[in-house]
Design a protein around this ligand. Structure first.
Ligand SMILES: [Zn+2]
Length: 247
């Protein structure tokens, strides 16, 4: 696989006799040089060159293999864990953390020609993430309230963008803020409200081992923030949508 390297790359990277540097190091150097953050819940897709994701998958699998060896698991003889490293690398890069490495799904927005301005809510949308602290699952539901602005997007698109944003290591508070930023960017609503209720396996599976606790948080922007009755209407609509689930 060939990659086209920008001419600004240091000569050390392209010197034929230089030892090959791990692809993750090349990517991190590039991000540092461009002053681009790459925190656990940042997306870096725009900064990956052709073929680098495949190289990264190979590098990550190698590191997971070493992790398993450090955990004193005999991966050479254990038929169950023989290919675990490759599976975990694929899962991280293309499934559970795909929101870091893959571009946002294409989402078309349309002009709000009918000047719709009544609020609506979409939910529950299933969200799946992992905590940044332990990399164990966060699973929950999300409700999105919109007071349309200049542009509109299809209902299913909220699911796609939520899945993309949540598929990164997160803390729930930041996940909701990032999702709000993306939705504002996509359809410029007059008002936006998001509510997330999620269970954290950090608390269920380990630590305090509290199986029923969930975390609920919300963000309200624009008219939902300015107008308390609109905000109350959002929470009332969510309550109705929740009630529908149990009937
Ligand atoms: Zn945790």
């Amino acid at each position: 696989m060939t990659s086209i390297l920008p001419s600004s790359f240091s000569s050390a990277e392209t010197m034929p006799d230089a030892a090959p540097r791990p692809v993750s190091l090349r990517i991190r150097d590039r991000l540092d040089a461009a002053d681009v953050p790459y925190l656990a819940n940042d997306n870096i897709a725009d900064h990956l060159l052709d073929g680098e994701l495949d190289q990264l998958e190979i590098e990550v699998a190698g590191k997971v293999r070493e992790l398993l060896r450090s955990l004193v698991i005999d991966i050479d003889n254990d038929h169950n864990t023989e290919e675990t490293a490759e599976r975990v690398a694929r899962m991280y890069l293309h499934e559970v953390f795909k929101g870091r490495y893959h571009e946002q799904p294409k989402i078309a927005s349309f002009p709000n020609v009918k000047k719709l301005d009544e609020i609506y809510t979409v939910g529950p949308i299933t969200v799946r993430s992992a905590c940044s602290h332990h990399l164990v699952p966060i699973l929950g539901n999300c409700w999105i309230g919109i007071k349309p602005g200049s542009r509109v997007i299809g209902l299913s698109k909220f699911t796609r963008v939520a899945d993309w944003v949540f598929s990164r290591p997160h803390i729930q508070e930041e996940a909701v803020m990032i999702l709000a930023d993306e939705i504002e960017r996509l359809c410029e609503p007059q008002g936006l409200a998001i509510l997330v209720k999620a269970q954290h396996y950090c608390m269920k599976w380990r630590g305090v081992k509290e199986p029923q606790t969930s975390m609920v948080n919300s963000v309200v922007r624009g008219d939902f923030r300015r107008d308390p009755s609109l905000k109350a209407e959002f929470f009332e609509l969510v309550k109705q949508q929740t009630a529908l689930l149990t009937t």
